[in-house]
Design a protein around this ligand. Structure first.
Ligand SMILES: [Zn+2]
Length: 244
């Protein structure tokens, strides 16, 4: 008689532990990142799922012209499609982090497969990413397994404060995103530099280029520092330590 409610309670607790607690920690980390961006007037540009044959070289040109460095999060699979291009990204002084091997969704995949996906990603990306390099979870989804693996690697989870919306069904205007960053006094912006399938590719690639250009212009106007995400995360580690 008591067994069913007990099982239900245990199930609920497990659900909270596995899914909810990582989300609460994520919210706290994003808040800290947002505060750090505002306090240090910083902008970090981040690009996931690339490199893309046309978009990534165009971004490299834009960033070089502005003397800016960004952070790229390829998956192991996307990196093996064009390793030379990723080497160009790293050689230009940009930071490269890990975005898993096959971009699996942590909430829809068994935990052991997620752990395997994370480790395989780091293995494939070893030429560009250290074993403790930044980890950006696919779809921004984590469970306790993700956290446990990142912690064991001493890898920081690499969140963002503003989603550019470049993968959303309805594309926003670059101005909307620039305004959102301006309101926050800086931020970490999520964009994507992978090769999109036609006919979706052109407007979205143009959007990423225009947004990058406008954010760099806003940074000049507002006096924001443009930095790599790893630098910001290092600072949040120290400011959190000092606040204790
Ligand atoms: Zn992704």
């Amino acid at each position: 008689m008591i067994l069913a409610p007990t099982l239900a309670a245990v199930g609920l607790l497990a659900l909270v532990g596995v899914y909810l607690s990582p989300q609460l920690a994520k919210t706290a980390q994003i808040r800290a990142l947002r505060q750090q961006c505002r306090a240090t007037r910083s902008l970090a540009l981040t690009y996931d799922d690339g490199p893309g044959a046309e978009l990534t070289p165009a971004l490299l040109e834009l960033l070089a012209a502005a003397g800016a460095r960004a952070t790229f999060f390829p998956t192991g699979r996307s990196a093996t499609r064009d390793p030379e291009l990723l080497t160009r990204v790293a050689a230009a002084g940009h930071e490269v982090g890990c975005h898993s091997q096959d971009h699996l969704h942590a909430w829809r995949t068994a935990p052991w497969l997620i752990l395997r996906d994370i480790d395989a990603g780091y293995r494939t990306l070893a030429r560009w990413v250290s074993p403790a390099g930044l980890y950006r979870p696919p779809y921004g989804k984590t469970t306790l397994a993700t956290w446990w693996r990142a912690r064991r690697r001493h890898a920081r989870l690499a969140w963002w404060t503003v989603d550019s919306g470049d993968t959303h069904a309805v594309l926003p205007t670059p101005q909307t995103i620039v305004e959102a960053v301006r309101r926050d006094g800086g931020g970490v912006v999520l964009m994507h530099d992978f090769d999109r399938d036609p006919p979706n590719d052109e407007p979205r690639e143009t959007f990423v280029l225009e947004l990058t250009e406008q954010l760099l212009k806003a940074a000049r106007g507002e006096g924001w520092r443009v930095c790599r995400l790893g630098e910001l995360l290092e600072e949040t580690r120290w400011s959190a330590a000092l606040a204790r």
